[in-house]
Design a protein around this ligand. Structure first.
Ligand code: ZN
Length: 369
């Protein structure tokens, strides 16, 4: 009898605790419906189906962010075989006669499946692709759009220079240009059925400074923020839509990766974003797209700069700077343990020079203009 009661009680306790055990994430039944209501958008990450399929199934579901903007939100992880590189955000803007792709994702197959999903919303070609920066989770889909759509790719010169070996000054191929482009981390990491067909495709059109244009009936400002998260970062502002697509100068829900970036440039980029009038911001990684979308990044980089500078002031030895500056506020964010110490160390290297040489700082500022 006693045993029966104990079993019964354990079952009751288990049932009561069920919501707490399984309720780790918010369940979104229809992500298409999450849109312009000033609340943040949560996209429930759906694992792609693995197996022996000829073509990886990214299981892509576009989320509408505003009237004319839909985005694909990637996992809050580093690129792995299991996520097939689907760990960054990319968007589609609905023009009159064409979709405009903002970043093209980690592979040819990703881009192909993204376009197929968007065609169900409006059966339009993709004549223009605009790229934010050179990291390969953001632009390896370019060759799908160029090969099948005849798309023109706008993007940073650094893609052509750093990956294809184009001339730094002319942005065109020269005698040193590689015949075979290098394998990026994505090409090395992904399963064949995910990366098949992906080729490093050159950017067709680059700009030296912030440029305004109207493409397929959409007004946009392509804003150069320069050396921030990578060697050359750009964001896209849609003034009529009050949307800003900023890629990796903003991340939320996870700790950023500043391995190729600089804190001072990041803070400048965040200032340039704040200076625009927008209701929705789509980060390069993370699911928050409302007016608070950039809060975490502003806090992270402000604290990072202040605390590392304090550490330098207190003459903390470089070996101990990551123990001294821990950014506790971000401990519960994704990728904290993996990336935050590296960001601290990288900032230490940068800010030590920044402190030591005012001249450099001025020159850097001038270059940004
Ligand atoms: Zn990046």
């Amino acid at each position: 009898m006693k045993i029966k009661i104990i079993i019964l009680l354990s079952i009751v306790a288990f049932v009561i605790s069920m919501p707490f055990i399984f309720n780790k994430s918010v369940t979104i039944t229809d992500p298409h419906k999450l849109d312009a209501d000033d609340n943040f958008i949560v996209y429930e990450w759906v694992e792609p189906r693995t197996g022996t399929n000829k073509e990886w199934d990214y299981n892509l579901k576009p989320v509408q962010v505003s009237d004319r903007v839909w985005c694909f939100f990637g996992a809050m992880e580093m690129p792995t075989k299991e996520n097939a590189g689907d760990m960054s955000n990319s968007c589609y803007i609905k023009g009159k006669d064409s979709w405009i792709a903002w970043d093209s994702g980690p592979s040819y197959i990703f881009a192909k499946q993204a376009h197929a999903a968007m065609k169900k919303i409006a059966d339009l070609p993709v004549k223009t692709v605009i790229v934010s920066h050179e990291h390969d989770d953001h632009w390896l889909g370019n060759n799908y759009y160029k090969e099948t759509q005849g798309a023109i790719v706008y993007g940073p010169k650094s893609v052509n220079v750093n990956y294809l070996g184009y001339d730094e000054h002319t942005g065109k191929p020269n005698e040193n240009t590689r015949d075979v482009p290098p394998q990026t981390r994505m090409i090395r990491a992904l399963y064949q059925n995910a990366i098949r067909g992906t080729k490093l495709a050159a950017v067709d059109e680059s700009f030296d400074k912030t440029t305004e244009f109207t493409l397929h009936g959409i007004k946009m400002e392509y804003v150069k923020v320069g050396y921030a998260h990578s060697e050359e970062d750009w964001f896209l502002y849609l003034p009529e839509d009050k949307v800003v697509l900023v890629a990796d100068v903003v991340m939320n829900g996870r700790v950023t990766s500043n391995r190729d970036g600089i804190v001072v440039g990041q803070l400048n980029a965040l200032k340039a974003i704040k200076a625009r009038d927008w209701n929705h911001l789509v980060p390069g990684h993370g699911f928050i797209t409302d007016k608070t979308a950039d809060d975490e990044s502003i806090q992270y980089f402000t604290l990072l700069k202040d605390r590392v500078l304090e550490g330098i002031e207190e003459e903390i030895h470089p070996d101990f700077i990551t123990k001294h500056v821990t950014l506790e506020e971000f401990r519960n964010k994704e990728l904290y343990y993996l990336l935050s110490p590296g960001n601290v160390f990288r900032s230490y290297e940068e800010l030590e020079m920044y402190e030591g040489d005012e001249e450099d700082e001025k020159e850097e500022e001038e270059e940004k203009e």
